[in-house]
Ligand binder design. Structure first.
Ligand SMILES: C[S@@+](CC[C@H](N)C(=O)[O-])C[C@H]1O[C@@H](n2cnc3c(N)ncnc32)[C@H](O)[C@@H]1O
Length: 187
């Protein structure tokens, strides 16, 4: 389904990406996931922006699907992927209505928060795979923010937390890495 040109998140983020330059720096999540080990299979990045993480994972040989509401960010990401000779499948979609069609060895989101998107993303993780999520945090939560510990508290059954931390300071973030167990529930 095509996104409406007036979609408010698209308008807001396209305006941001029009006036700033990308650095395509990978988030530490990429190296951490490769170190921790993930099963064979594709990687999904939600709300990817101009993701150096997607590029790094693609360069490591993974098939990467990158989803964002900003078509401008995706154009810039796709151009950089072409320049580097790596393949990133860019999907222009609203993450709040996007349903992954597959199981993924790794699902990543960085600096994006929506509790329902988080739940759907976790459900898309293959047995033995990882979810890595970073969101802005505040002690009281609030719009687009998690409370410390909220990410792990919202994990569906069957995940094991590998690490979770919340930074201190003005722009607090919470960061979670968790692995899905190898058994799926039968119910
Ligand atoms: C703070 S930026 C983070 C981008 C990237 N993950 C990074 O760390 O550089 C938030 C991203 O979420 C995307 N976004 C906002 N609302 C969205 C939505 N409803 N569906 C998909 N992406 C969305 C924006 O376009 C933007 O790329």
């Amino acid at each position: 389904m095509r996104l409406a040109p007036e979609h408010p998140d698209r308008v807001r983020w396209n305006a941001r990406y029009e006036t700033t330059s990308p650095d395509f720096a990978p988030h530490p999540f990429a190296a951490e996931a490769l170190r921790a080990g993930i099963p064979d299979g594709r990687v999904l990045e939600v709300a990817c922006g101009r993701s150096g993480t997607a590029l790094a994972l693609a360069a490591s040989g993974r098939d990467v699907v990158a989803v964002d509401v900003s078509d401008l960010a995706l154009e810039q990401l796709a151009a950089e992927a072409r320049r580097r000779g790596v393949r990133v499948e860019c999907v222009h979609a609203d993450a709040t209505t996007y349903t992954p069609q597959d199981d993924f060895a790794l699902v990543v989101a960085i600096r994006f928060w929506d509790p329902d998107v988080f739940t759907r993303a976790c459900e898309a993780v293959a047995p033995g795979g990882l979810v890595q999520w970073e969101a802005l945090a505040s002690p009281d939560g609030g719009r687009f923010r998690v409370r410390p510990g909220e990410l792990s508290a919202r994990l569906p059954a069957g995940f094991q937390v590998l690490s979770e931390e919340t930074t201190s300071g003005r722009h607090q973030t919470s960061r979670l890495t968790a692995r899905r167990g190898n058994c799926r529930r039968l119910d």
